[in-house]
Ligand binder design. Structure first.
Ligand code: MCN
Length: 792
């Protein structure tokens, strides 16, 4: 009997290849390609007065040097604003190579193509750019002040402004028995995939075709952008995402300047060209996220129930807006988490600064929203002297209230509705896991020993599995091998395993026979990509639907062959048999042969097999006149709205009474991502996410000086947690299936990251006894806070 794969902790099919060094990344491709290096702005804000490239052109091995003036047609136009939104007041994007002005350190100005990267880098050093300096605008406070502008035509440095209100906040706030105001800060940070971005382009001048390999999360997006920028028919551009060494959001923005420039140069030079991002380029020329200043005013009753919530925040948008304002919109609309304030108003301003631009990073605006909301819940509990978990539970949306409409509008203008979840059950599980009720005694004991320990908590929801669509193609070869293609790209999430699990179950075959291809526009030209924890929901359901169509066709053919009704058939271990009469059977591979008349004519074993199965004329293939040949199927899954995953985390920290060193003693996670396809992979996703969240809570931040120089643009200075800083993570699942998709799945890929900053802040606050209002927090900052509070 075929073992059911859905829900089983199947080991990742892709790992043997990856862990034995057989991964194939962009930089492994095209050793005879010419390589690109870039001259990037050393200044945060300046006019380009002159570019003298003479010194580079003469260097032996240099093939070409390009500036903005060389970019012909749409390649020279501004990069697109990918996701427009009515809140955008001044949607400025940059150029692939800077034109007239630079707006952040690291912006590309000149592209040098040479025989190899060393020559290209050396030649780039010889290019002289003359600048006229402009005043840099660095930090949200300076941007808000508005006396200097990033873009002359963006008054007040406001890129976007949004206000949403549900209920009637002002009277409710005025009538509330208690009110509190919190000023909060969360600093700018960024993800650090092991592999930076990278592009390789091959131009076939005979066929006028472009083949791009890109370390991207969205190969169809890169394809479309290059086709538009190079004025090529879509059919003549292919984009393949090979193995990708992490993305975490930063590889979804398309097109990155280099994704346009490398193919453009390949065509211009009629030679393969490639570029691999180095770490410094990743720090200063890709994207950051997180930075927000927040002001929360909350009104509540004597029991801690929310009556009115007024949130204002200022989001650091960086220099350009190529990806729209999805990040602050997510903060604004998912901030409420599992709670139901009666009246809610949120207003944000997305502010231009002369710093690296901001695009989604794992969690994408939710860590900030969760931080604001959870700091507020802790403040209410402290004000009233009520248990922090209890305050939360009094404000939960109840399971019977699902689906729950928060009354807000999401990015696409549709109502934001939670589809499922059982928050009280999640909290009960979390309290049991961390030993919530026993903590007070433990704390008392620790304090008696001169130790400072604290328990923190954080709850969140996460809209996952957003549309518009994703497709699946399933093809059973005549050998019985099952090929599955989806346009989704993969960066380490284990898609090749989970999609194989789903298809193996649907078709009744062994998972070893299922082979999954991702992110290749040749196989699946219509696709969206991997972000917003959408892979399992979108491609999982798409391949399931495609496999169901294949199964139906296989049963139809087999039913003809075996002269039984389709309803009487089952598929197990790759064999279709009559229920209760296992000897009347036919292999799925044989059905694949039968469905392919040409192949059938040459396949004696198939003829023999079908004869053996009886009731079938081997000289007359059973593909009906109106049937398509082949045992394959394609389908798309396209949801009407996001499905909402949720979770609750708790942490116990210890802060050193002398040095203020912060150690996480325990970290506990309760997670609800609907039906779980592969619990081992989900656990790995949660662990990775929590590790990234710990980085954001305690170590990682982008430190700019006033002139817009990024002071910690290397791994010497930018701290990331090592294994030694990440504790053992204890996880448990709650499975409330989503009613929105056939498989009941909700996303899991970002969940681990979202509440960690809030949870660690909560735990440190509990250990120290004074409020934590700015994150991340270092031992030095904690030590300073201690002194301030000691002297207050
Ligand atoms: N999964 C599951 N059952 C569920 C939900 C998910 O088994 N109910 C599995 C999925 O099948 C998939 C993984 O968990 O193998 C994550 O699924 P999903 O939540 O659908 O997320 P995506 O596949 O869309 O991946 C994107 C998500 C995001 S948005 C970021 S950012 C992120 C993340 O995944 N970047 C990652 N995890 C990452 N993991 C690695 N190693 N590298 C990255 O760059």
């Amino acid at each position: 009997m075929t073992t059911r794969q859905f829900g089983a902790p199947v080991k990742r099919k892709e790992d043997p290849r990856l862990v034995t060094g057989n991964g194939r990344y962009v930089d492994d491709l095209g050793h005879d390609a010419w390589e690109a290096a870039f001259v990037r702005s050393p200044h945060a804000h300046a006019r380009i007065v002159d570019i003298d490239v003479d010194g580079a052109v003469d260097v032996d091995g240099v093939i070409a040097v390009f500036t903005h003036e060389d970019l012909d047609g749409p390649a020279g136009d501004r990069l697109p604003l990918l996701i427009p939104h009515p809140s955008i007041e001044a949607g400025r994007t940059g150029y692939a190579l800077a034109k007239d002005e630079v707006n952040h350190v690291g912006e590309a100005i000149v592209m040098v193509v040479a025989r190899d990267r060393y020559i290209a880098e050396d030649a780039a050093q010889r290019i002289v750019v003359t600048y006229e300096f402009l005043t840099p605008v660095v930090g949200i406070a300076t941007s808000r002040d508005g006396s200097d502008l990033v873009h002359d035509d963006a008054p007040g440095n406001v890129a976007a402004h949004l206000l949403q209100e549900v209920g009637n906040v002002e009277p409710a706030m005025a009538a509330a028995p208690h009110t509190l105001t919190l000023d909060l800060e969360i600093e700018r940070s960024a993800c650090m995939p092991m592999e930076g971005k990278g592009v390789h382009a091959h131009w076939d001048s005979d066929e006028q075709r472009m083949r791009i390999h890109s370390s991207t999360q969205t190969s169809t997006g890169v394809r479309a952008a290059v086709a538009a920028k190079l004025e090529l028919p879509l059919a003549q551009v292919e984009c393949i995402a090979p193995d990708v060494g992490g993305g975490f959001g930063v590889k979804i923005m398309h097109p990155w300047p280099e994704e346009v420039l490398v193919p453009w140069a390949a065509r211009r030079l009629d030679h393969d060209v490639k570029w691999t991002e180095d770490r410094r380029e990743h720090f200063t020329s890709s994207a950051h996220e997180r930075g927000q200043l927040q002001k929360v005013t909350v009104g509540f009753d004597d029991d801690g129930r929310l009556l009115a919530l007024d949130v204002k925040f200022w989001h650091d948008n960086g220099a350009y807006l190529p990806y729209g304002v999805i990040v602050p919109i997510i903060t604004a609309t998912q901030l409420l988490g599992p709670y139901k304030p009666q009246n809610y108003r949120v207003e944000f301003w997305s502010m231009y600064t002369n710093t690296v631009l901001v695009t989604p990073y794992r969690g994408a605006g939710r860590p900030q929203g969760c931080y604001a909301m959870e700091r507020t819940m802790d403040a209410i509990a402290a004000e009233l002297g009520i248990d922090r978990a209890e305050v939360r539970s009094r404000n939960f949306i109840q399971p019977e209230e699902m689906p729950y409409d928060q009354g807000l509008l999401f990015q696409d203008g549709r109502p934001l509705k939670y589809d499922s979840g059982d928050f009280p059950a999640s909290l009960a599980k979390l309290k049991a896991l961390v030993g919530w009720d026993d903590f007070a005694a433990y704390k008392k004991e620790a304090e008696a020993q001169g130790r400072k320990v604290g328990l923190g908590i954080g709850c969140y929801v996460e809209g996952t599995g957003v549309g518009p669509y994703e497709g699946g193609h399933v093809h059973v070869e005549t050998s019985g091998r099952v090929n599955v293609a989806t346009g989704l790209t993969t960066q380490g999430q284990g898609h090749q395993t989970i999609l194989a699990q789903i298809v193996a179950d649907e078709l009744g075959v062994s998972i070893d026979d299922v082979h999954v291809t991702t992110g290749d526009t040749r196989r699946m030209p219509y696709a969206v990509g991997t972000f917003a924890s959408r892979g399992a929901v979108m491609s999982g359901n798409a391949v399931a639907l495609a496999a169901r169509a294949v199964r139906a066709k296989a049963l139809r053919i087999a039913a003809d062959a075996l002269e039984v009704s389709e309803d009487d058939l089952q598929i197990e271990d790759g064999t279709i048999s009559v229920k209760g009469a296992p000897n009347a059977s036919i292999a799925l591979s044989t059905v694949a042969v039968m469905s392919n008349p040409l192949r059938y004519a040459f396949d004696e074993s198939a003829k023999a097999a079908t004869q053996f199965a009886g009731a079938f004329d081997p000289d007359k293939p059973p593909v009906a006149d109106d049937d398509e040949p082949g045992l394959e199927g394609k389908d798309f899954y396209s949801p009407t709205q996001a499905t909402f995953a949720n979770g609750m985390h708790a942490a116990i920290v210890e802060t050193d009474p002398v040095t203020a060193e912060i150690r996480i003693l325990r970290y506990c996670v309760i997670h609800d991502c609907g039906t779980v396809v592969n619990p081992m992979i989900v656990e790995g996703q949660v662990h990775g996410g929590v590790a990234q969240g710990i980085g954001g809570a305690l170590y990682e931040r982008m430190v700019y000086d006033e002139s817009g120089q990024l002071l910690n643009a290397s791994f010497m200075d930018f701290l990331m947690p090592y294994a030694s800083e990440v504790p053992h993570i204890e996880t448990d699942h709650l499975e409330t299936p989503s009613p929105l998709n056939p498989l009941g799945i909700k996303g899991a890929g970002e969940a681990g990251t979202i509440p960690v900053t809030a949870v660690i802040a909560s735990a440190i606050e509990d250990a120290e006894g004074f409020p934590i209002r700015s994150m991340p927090i270092s031992p030095t900052e904690l030590w300073d806070l201690r002194r301030q509070h000691a002297h207050a």
